[in-house]
Design a protein around this ligand. Structure first.
Ligand code: FES
Length: 137
């Protein structure tokens, strides 16, 4: 726990770790402003609030699968996937039992959450920001 989270009531603490980078963010449940990317309190919303890169080609509208992630821990504290998310997931690559769309999976209560961003979504990541590729000559 760092200085910023020291004053958070442990009963209200949300801790989200984004793997494989291992970046952990912590905040008080209900305190995060909606970043207008994905559903409020979705993993995409959390990532955007803290500058963690999670691809979201459709802007969080459940219209692509670039925000696909695997929930390693904390699934019991998440919203259930709705039909729209389930339909969209059928078009995703490498779907696993713990697959969710980062823009649709909403954190419903305080707790500890660990998600892994699949490798194809990480290819563009460099220190938390998309790489800008040099033009071919
Ligand atoms: S960002 Fe497109 S489905 Fe989540």
């Amino acid at each position: 726990m760092d200085a910023k989270t020291k004053n958070i009531d442990p009963a209200k603490l949300v801790r989200v770790t984004f793997m494989p980078e291992g970046k952990t963010v912590e905040f008080e449940f209900g305190s995060l402003p909606w970043d207008h990317h994905g559903k409020p309190m979705s993993f995409l919303d959390v990532a955007e609030n803290f500058g963690v890169f999670l691809d979201h080609a459709c802007g969080g509208a459940c219209a692509c699968t670039t925000c696909h992630l695997w929930v390693k821990s904390g699934s019991e504290g998440l919203s259930e996937p709705d039909d729209e998310e389930l339909d969209r997931m059928e078009t995703a690559a490498d779907v696993q039992l713990n697959s969710r769309l980062g823009c649709q999976a909403v954190i419903k209560k305080p707790g500890t959450y660990v998600v892994e961003i699949p490798s194809w979504n990480r290819n563009y990541v460099s220190e938390g920001k998309p790489l800008i590729l040099a033009e071919k000559k």
